[in-house]
Design a protein around this ligand. Structure first.
Ligand code: NI
Length: 216
């Protein structure tokens, strides 16, 4: 009995084991083994990841080379012609951490920027309806009411803490991406959801298969 207990404890420790970088073994696998254009989790097959809540990055993850690799790959994924999105959240690539990338329509040149440990502090103004889609919910679109302005707090890629207010379409993207970090999809909030025929046609023959190493 004692031995069994010892084995059970050892197994529990081994499962919880994280490397010095602070990432779990699964997270390290995703970051290391993903191509530069990452597999994007889709509903309903990847609902376990997409519906989970994400946690903050700790000091070890923030200082790690893996974080820089993950951000580079998320950027490549978001901007790849096969995806071509305006925002992406880490759960969409298999990592349940509070990381999003957003195209800043409110800045010159519309840069795509990373936001770490991000939280929406407040939604400001009367919600207005607008069209939305999600790389993880192809080939649908929907109409969702979102606040026209948000206050967000986050860390920049270099660890600098920032609190700012964002308006317009960028504010909508922040709300959509931060929802992902709480396991919420835009379809949960949408007034209407419909098949986007153009996207369906564009995606005809698209390979949604997970990579062979994607086993949890
Ligand atoms: Ni999305």
């Amino acid at each position: 009995m004692k031995n069994l207990l010892k084995i059970a404890c050892f197994l529990a420790l081994a499962t919880a084991c994280t490397s010095r970088s602070g990432w779990s073994q699964w997270e390290e696998t995703v970051i290391d083994r993903s191509d530069s254009v990452m597999y994007v989790a889709v509903m309903p097959s990847d609902s376990a990841i997409l519906r989970a809540s994400s946690t903050d990055l700790g000091p070890a993850e923030l200082a790690s080379a893996q974080l820089q690799a993950l951000l580079a790959k998320m950027y490549r994924t978001l901007t790849d012609p096969s995806q071509d999105g305006v925002g992406i959240a880490a759960p969409q690539v298999g990592i349940n951490r509070r990381i999003v990338m957003v195209m800043r329509y409110d800045k010159p040149g519309r840069p795509i920027e990373p936001y770490l440990n991000i939280k929406v502090d407040s939604l400001i103004g009367t919600p207005v309806p607008g069209p939305e889609g999600c790389l993880s919910v192809p080939p649908y679109r929907g109409v969702v009411r979102r606040a026209p302005k948000v206050q967000i707090s986050y860390l920049q890629a270099d660890g600098t803490p920032v609190t700012e207010q964002v308006e317009g379409y960028s504010a909508v993207i922040f709300q959509h991406e931060c929802d992902h970090l709480d396991g919420i999809l835009y379809t949960d909030r949408a007034d209407t959801v419909y098949v986007n025929e153009a996207w369906a046609a564009e995606r005809e023959g698209f390979d949604y298969a997970r990579p062979e190493w994607w086993k949890r």
